[in-house]
Design a protein around this ligand. Structure first.
Ligand code: FAD
Ligand code: SF4
Ligand code: SF4
Ligand code: SF4
Length: 426
């Protein structure tokens, strides 16, 4: 039987269904979790929403099959790099590679615009950036749900060639939308995908502000990263006061333990944006963490066009690039990969989404998955929010540290098991 999207329990709020539903869909924010599509008229069960929904299945869509890594997906090359403009590198989330690359494409007339997202107060707003100045307004990671793809509808109505930058669920939705719309196929030249371990619900952001003794209604501007690397939370209040708080000091204690994680992110298996032409993330590597204060990005090219455009931007002097092995990408992302690839089967079993898994799930995988689910569930209760809001950052940090050590042990054991299995298979 066809299922209209209102039944979709794993909806990530990406907004793709908005473009095609003949009955009209509005994206409405549930502050506890995410954006939800709400039907404005009675469903006709045409099934278009399921065809384009990124959660319905995984599609191919990648043109190069030269290299494959089971945790990262298909790739052509992997790099570390950064914007050659120091101001961009300083203000962006990691190395400003994404902004500089898109700027190169705009200024060289390869594209006419970019589907991106900027902040308006506490609200992320998708928009089409048509100039470098507008791209600068989109710089920086918004660790919030964004119904980006609802804006794809604009690309149906205007002529030109565009790039899209988004999270893995956005890019998967874009690829699916392109598979049913010739116009989108013609209009979208390139997809740039961010790595994504999860977003944070609006309640999570409100809890963070309360812990820093601020109310939402006094916030005029917020950015979660930037001003060096790993960067700082920056909040400007209506009275002109400015607050800075180091990224690690809030992200690790409050969000690395899966407090305030939307349900869709708890069951999402794509960390590195496996469908994008180019994927970008942070190089969480000791050699870079120990030395870099300006910012560096990781980039994985997955298609020939993605790799060519990266190299052209390099030749044109917009970005600096250095090739690295794909195992360095895995090393830099061990914790989110552990969450998305290693403990996902355990979470699926614990929540009865599946009865059995392809490979055996170890007791440590089950324990860590149980803690992740419990933390998410606890943060959704009013008691949980009361407690988390009042616990000192240092206590939450200690809890997050213990959890990260347990996860590290489980990750090392998982890697060893993989090595033994692959040597046995050879
Ligand atoms: C929710 C989220 C989770 C992430 N998780 C990880 C992770 O686990 N590991 C990791 O290494 N990196 C992660 N990243 C990516 C990382 O934060 C940087 O975005 C990435 O390193 C690129 O940095 P940059 O300096 O090159 O990008 P910038 O030059 O700062 O450009 C960022 C671009 O991303 C777009 N953007 C920002 N936020 C969103 C959003 N929510 N939805 C759609 N588009 C957006 C903006 O439009 C902008 O064009 C995450 C990012 C987000 C938004
Ligand atoms: S099945 Fe068709 S009418 Fe119903 S919500 Fe989906 S797209 Fe809209
Ligand atoms: S297309 Fe996106 S917004 Fe629509 S149901 Fe699927 S995940 Fe949710
Ligand atoms: S974790 Fe998955 S579902 Fe959640 S925002 Fe990221 S890509 Fe989308």
């Amino acid at each position: 039987m066809m299922k209209p999207l209102s039944w979709n329990k794993l909806c990530s709020g990406c907004g793709t269904c908005v473009i095609f539903c003949p009955k009209g869909i509005e994206m409405v924010l549930d502050p506890r979790s995410n954006y939800t599509p709400i039907l404005k008229n009675e469903c006709s069960f045409c099934d278009v929403c399921n065809t384009v929904c990124p959660t319905s299945d995984i599609i191919g869509g990648v043109t190069s099959k030269r290299n494959y890594n089971e945790l990262i997906g298909r790739y052509v090359n992997s790099y570390i790099g950064y914007s050659k403009r120091r101001d961009i590198r300083w203000r962006a989330s990691s190395g400003g590679l994404v902004t500089a690359l898109l700027m190169f494409m705009l200024e060289s007339n390869i594209i006419d615009g970019v589907l991106a997202v900027r902040m308006e107060g506490l609200r992320p707003v998708p928009f089409i950036a048509g100039s470098s100045k507008e791209l600068l307004m989109a710089m920086g990671s918004k660790y919030l749900p964004v119904p980006l793809n609802a804006k794809l509808r604009n690309l149906l109505d205007i002529e030109g060639r565009f790039a899209v930058v988004g999270l893995p669920c956005h890019i998967r939705g874009v690829k699916k939308a392109m598979s049913v719309s010739r116009k989108l196929q013609e209009h979208i030249l390139l997809s740039v995908g961010l790595f994504c371990s999860r977003t944070v619900s609006s309640i999570g952001i409100r809890t963070l502000l309360h812990k820093l003794r601020m109310r939402e209604d006094v916030v005029e501007e917020i950015s979660f990263r930037g001003r060096g690397w790993p960067g700082k939370l920056y909040v400007r209040l209506r009275n002109g006061d400015e607050v800075f708080f180091p990224y690690f000091s809030y992200w690790r204690p409050l969000f690395s333990t899966h407090f305030f994680t939307p349900t869709s992110c708890m069951f999402c298996s794509d960390l590195t944006n496996e469908e994008a032409d180019i994927s970008a993330g942070d190089p969480w590597l000791p050699e870079i963490l120990g030395t870099d204060r300006l910012g560096t990005s990781i980039a994985v090219s997955r298609t020939e066009i993605g790799d060519e455009i990266l190299r052209e931007a390099w030749r044109a002097g917009y970005i600096e690039l250095k090739e690295i092995g794909i195992e360095k990408v895995v090393e830099s992302q061990w914790r989110p990969l552990f969450f998305k690839k290693v403990t996902l089967p355990a979470r699926q079993i614990l929540t009865k989404r599946v009865r059995e898994c392809a490979s055996p799930v170890s007791p440590l995988q089950l324990i860590t998955a149980l803690i992740q689910l419990a933390n998410k569930g606890f943060s959704e209760t009013s008691v949980g929010q009361y407690v988390i809001e009042r616990l000192h950052f240092k206590i939450l940090e200690a809890y997050a540290f213990v959890l990260s050590r347990v996860e590290k042990v489980a990750w090392v054991m998982y890697q060893r098991r993989r090595q033994i299995e692959s040597s046995y298979n050879q």
